[in-house]
Design a protein around this ligand. Structure first.
Ligand SMILES: [Fe+2]
Ligand SMILES: [Fe+2]
Length: 274
């Protein structure tokens, strides 16, 4: 696993940790992000329990564990937050932020550890990084893909963390943290968005929010980061994506199969099998 500094100016720093060559092949590759201000940190989508040791090793090269003050979970998936209890064990008074709708669900990752979950209201909220004056903003991203979902905007670095929006499933050996050629990157994102994103309308509304923010960088939880002109290229692509459909016609069968729409159940036949 490697870490890369995305932004550094005075006391403010962004790190991405990712590209774990040693992870089990069954485990999806993830990016973990850390915002540090005056030596206090918030962790964005800390990752799954499977990769906790590797993330911790990289992270402690930059900050000591007692200075991790908060963890943000964009949504409830295990690749986002199944490591929560392990982070809570390392740092007393760790604050955990997630959508209010997932509070009771994320508590299932507790493994006997009491961690303090703060439910983010649907309209989002701003929080300070530890005891510092630096604020980050939780931006609504509901139904992209989870029904209670947030992005994070940091105005100091001008970076928008987008969670699973913009996620790409990269081939093994692809190590570049940034998208270099947007049109050739589409093939790694398209299938993920068509299947995991349920609502084109929700995506378009998120695109409007992202355009209003107009960040320098958009950082997804899987795959590569969009910077410079690729930010707008990505938003333009996302805006026109038609997701959440299943009757897509024969030409799309190879992307994510549509055969389940023909599923029928013969109850009497099933009973006769007993
Ligand atoms: Fe997810
Ligand atoms: Fe994910």
């Amino acid at each position: 696993m490697k870490s890369q500094i995305l932004f550094e100016e005075g006391p403010h720093k962004w790190l991405v940790i990712g590209r774990d060559d040693d992870k089990k092949k069954e485990v999806i590759d993830t990016n973990e992000y850390v915002i540090i201000h005056n030596n206090e940190a918030i962790l964005l989508d800390p990752g799954g329990i499977e990769i906790f040791p590797q993330v911790l090793t990289e992270l402690t090269r930059h900050i000591s564990t007692e200075n991790i003050k908060a963890v943000f979970a964009s949504h409830q998936d295990p690749d986002i937050a199944s490591s929560l209890a392990l982070w809570a064990d390392l740092s007393t008074d760790l604050k955990v932020y997630c959508s209010w709708i997932w509070q009771g669900f994320l508590a299932h990752f507790g493994m006997g550890t009491d961690f303090k979950l703060t439910g983010i209201p649907d309209d989002g909220m701003a929080v300070n990084i530890g005891s510092t004056k630096a604020k980050v903003y939780f931006v609504p991203a509901h139904y992209c893909h989870s029904s209670g979902n947030f992005s994070v905007y940091d105005p100091i670095a001008d970076i928008l963390f987008s969670g699973d929006i913009g996620a790409a499933l990269l081939p093994p050996g692809e190590h570049d943290m940034f998208v270099s050629d947007f049109s050739s990157h589409i093939k790694y994102m398209e299938a993920f968005h068509l299947r995991w994103m349920p609502s084109s309308r929700a995506l378009r509304e998120w695109v409007n929010r992202a355009r209003a923010i107009n960040p320098k960088m958009i950082c997804p939880q899987h795959g590569s980061i969009f910077a410079g002109e690729n930010v707008n290229k990505f938003l333009n692509w996302l805006e026109h994506l038609d997701v959440g459909r299943w009757n897509k016609g024969q030409e799309d069968v190879d992307i994510y199969h549509t055969t389940w729409m023909g599923w029928r159940f013969d109850k009497s036949l099933a009973k006769n099998q007993i």
